[in-house]
Unconditional design. Sequence first.
Length: 147
Amino acid sequence: MKAENPEDLQRQGLRERLESILIRTEKATSWHDEAGRLRGLVNHEGYVPIRTRLATEDLEFLAGARSDLLKFSELGLRLLDLHQPRDAGGITSDAAHPILRCRSCMWRWPCPTFRAMSESFGTQPDIPDTAAANGAGPHEPTKGVSR
């Protein structure tokens, strides 16, 4: 497989993003013990009176966020290792750009799993969107999610 394929660049960008999440998360201090201490500071309105309001649900999230993110990023990396392009091995009129299939699910590359991961995690702006280049159309933003 050639490194200059757009699929390889997109896959490489996604791998780098997941690995950076994993590295940052491993370096982060777990909030598990701190969340336990902060629970004792929850006032009668249900918040810890600090610079920002932390609800009990926020503290629950922070308590497990590091371990959850570690597991999540490891899952993403494992899925990325499973779903990668390979030459489909058929006869093609364009030898420079062979037809690629996912080595795991055998869908035409990029497979639905890789596309979903790419859409969810986003890719760097300088990495071409291969799904759009293959005629899959523009990606729509996730609806119903607000931050």
